[in-house]
Write a new protein. Structure first.
Length: 641
């Protein structure tokens, strides 16, 4: 299926020809078998099944298991994920105080390093995604980066052993801290975009419902590991010291790697098929380059009157280019997200600094300043189902359109409110002697931020996935993680370069969030969601109905699949003509093919001839069909590119 110049999914069409629409008013469901025979032979897609998938050794993957039980490999992946997340959030929970109290850094220096570490951990996700998709495969990528991660944890633990890096705070060598954080950022960043995709690889096409459930379980595992670590690690630090608190997560990483390797024989390891990140970058580069060239008077621009990325179709598969156009549309929604993450991740830096200035007694017990950070994952686990069953579904039943973009808008406003609350708490702290305002006053801002995370993070990622083609989902995930990196880089520069007091900092970030909240509302009002979901199930145009097995039995859904396959084959044929590739040498991998706008269609007449031949074939098939027409095949004009 194609998209128009705005990136919105166009109605089904067969070829990019002249202005004359092709009428299919008399084409019926009885064409199904005849079309199937032609399309299945040309596309090599078995009737009613998914394309063949190969493992790392080039062997065809045979999915086993049933539709009710998770594959046996899942328990190893989930065990690995819980332990790894425990380690990551555990060391993060005490990192800010470690740099202030043990290394002797100022609050601003510690916060800058903390957010720089976060930025690095999320930026290196690009490297992990590239190696997993294009070079090593997911299993080896996870294994190798986990080992790097573990080594970094050991260096961090060594740097915290008393006497190793120096005698006292302010005079201790930073080498262990810097090297440890660099390796940890590289290791965890390499794993982040790969582990969830590797989990999804374990499920066959017949286990689609289980696949949907597993990501809920996956999210719970992340928050479960985070909740335990942010409670236990500060307690260990208080009683046994920083080096033990860092060493335990490192030892657990060894356990995590062992669990992961132990499940080796149970894993489905798909063969790397090439990095969509590089292909996407090349498509954008070509589109920009050709757009610049089009300013020259001798440039033939008659075939490229639509989206600027269409100029890449002379060099890349038109289907991939059309998908990229829609991805860019989705990425527009991501523009305000870095500011959300800039505020959200300060829960591990500036909010802890604020807690250090407060009375940390609850009853007769004095708690660590990091303990309240454990509220976030606990609140997430509690309120995600509450939001689903007590808010989203009741509103939907009453006809209230609380769409994903509206949820995200509310979440951004709540983020603004959360930091305004932080500012007023800081006013109360500044008005009294240090250690007199109770730490319980931080709870409202933490609760509000947790609600904002539910509305933005969970909703936003699901929305982006629903709006992107299957081949581009790894790109969407990578770009989502990059927004976290950009937000933390923003924190680093603001904290390091702009000398603000605590309350001024809260006010500054609140104003930034409010400005981007307004921007997001404006963008969301202009955004037009695609009408057809790119997930594997076939979705009917202009409806929210997804075709299933019952639809296939009566012809519905299958007709849409026929349309999709016809369009895919025709775009593919047009591409081969553009590149002068013989049919027996063509494939759908285009990232390595030749160049140039100059190698475009030989003539418009040739395309029109193709259209006429296809119209004759459709008319011939139509004449042999009955008069009962499918709702999909009724009066569908075929749009042009």
């Amino acid at each position: 299926m194609g998209m128009d110049e705005d990136g919105i999914l166009a109605k089904p069409r067969l070829i990019a020809g002249d202005a004359t629409p092709i009428s299919l008013e008399k084409t019926s469901v009885s064409l199904e078998k005849q079309f199937d025979q032609k399309l299945n032979s040309s596309l090599e897609i078995p009737n009613g099944s998914h394309p063949t998938v190969y493992d790392e050794d080039g062997n065809e993957i045979k999915y086993g298991g049933d539709e009710k039980h998770f594959p046996p490999s899942i328990k190893f992946i989930m065990g690995n994920e819980i332990i790894e997340r425990y380690s990551f959030y555990g060391l993060k929970s005490i990192l800010n105080n470690y740099m202030i109290h043990y290394m002797g850094y100022t609050d601003t220096t510690a916060a800058s390093i903390y957010h720089g570490f976060n930025a690095g951990a999320y930026f290196t996700t690009l490297l992990g995604a590239y190696l997993a998709d294009g070079k090593l495969g997911k299993y080896k990528t996870i294994l190798y980066f986990s080992i790097i991660y573990c080594i970094g944890g050991v260096f961090l633990a060594i740097s915290a052993i008393p006497g190793v890096t120096g005698p006292e705070p302010g005079n201790r060598s930073p080498w262990g801290l810097i090297l440890g954080l660099l390796l940890i950022a590289l290791g965890t960043g390499g794993i982040k975009p790969v582990i969830s995709a590797f989990c999804g690889d374990q499920f066959g096409p017949h286990q689609a419902k289980l696949l949907a459930n597993i990501f809920q379980v996956f999210y719970w595992c992340v928050n479960l590991g985070s909740a335990f670590s942010t409670i236990i690690t500060p307690i260990v630090r208080t009683n046994l010291g920083y080096w033990v608190a860092f060493l335990i997560p490192s030892c657990l990483l060894v356990v995590s790697i062992s669990v992961f390797v132990f499940g080796n024989k149970t894993y489905i390891k798909k063969k790397p098929t090439g990095s969509v990140l590089l292909t996407s970058a090349r498509i954008i580069k070509t589109g920009i380059s050709e757009k610049i060239k089009s300013k020259k008077p001798d440039y033939d621009d008659q075939l490229y009157q639509g989206h600027w990325l269409d100029r890449s179709k002379g060099k890349f598969d038109p289907i991939t280019v059309d998908q990229m156009k829609n991805v860019l549309k989705v990425l527009l929604i991501f523009l305000p997200l870095p500011i959300f993450w800039a505020l959200y991740d300060q829960g591990g830096s500036i909010w802890i600094d604020q807690a250090n200035l407060m009375d940390r007694k609850i009853g007769s017990v004095t708690i660590d300043s990091e303990i309240l950070t454990a509220l976030n994952p606990i609140l997430i686990m509690i309120f995600v189902p509450i939001f689903e069953y007590c808010l989203y579904r009741p509103l939907a039943k009453k006809g209230v359109n609380f769409s994903p973009l509206r949820r995200m808008s509310v979440g951004m406003f709540l983020t603004f409110v959360s930091f305004m609350v932080s500012m007023f708490v800081q006013f109360a702290i500044d008005a009294k002697p240090p250690g007199t305002v109770n730490i319980g006053l931080q709870i409202p801002q933490i609760v509000i931020m947790a609600f904002a995370e539910i509305l933005i993070s969970i909703t936003g990622l699901e929305f982006a996935y629903s709006q992107s083609p299957p081949q581009m989902k790894s790109l969407i995930m990578s770009m989502w993680l990059i927004t976290v990196s950009i937000g933390n880089l923003f924190d680093t520069f603001v904290i390091a370069l702009i000398k603000l007091t605590f309350w001024q900092s809260y006010l500054f970030f609140s104003c930034c969030m409010f400005g981007f909240f307004v921007l997001f509302v404006f963008i969301s009002l202009k955004y037009k969601p695609i009408e057809i979901n790119y997930n594997d199930p076939i979705t009917h145009p202009n409806s929210n109905h997804t075709a299933g097995d019952d639809d296939y039995q009566n012809g519905e859904g299958k007709d849409q699949q026929i349309y999709d396959q016809i369009q895919q084959q025709q775009d593919h044929d047009d591409y081969n003509k553009t590149r002068n590739i013989p049919d027996n040498e063509s494939d759908h991998s285009s990232s390595s093919r030749g160049s140039g706008h100059s190698e475009g269609y030989q003539s418009i007449a040739e395309k029109n001839k193709d259209q006429e031949e296809l119209q004759k074939e459709i008319d011939e098939l139509s004449s042999n069909s009955d008069e009962s027409t499918s709702p999909i095949f009724k009066s569908v004009p075929l749009n042009k590119d």
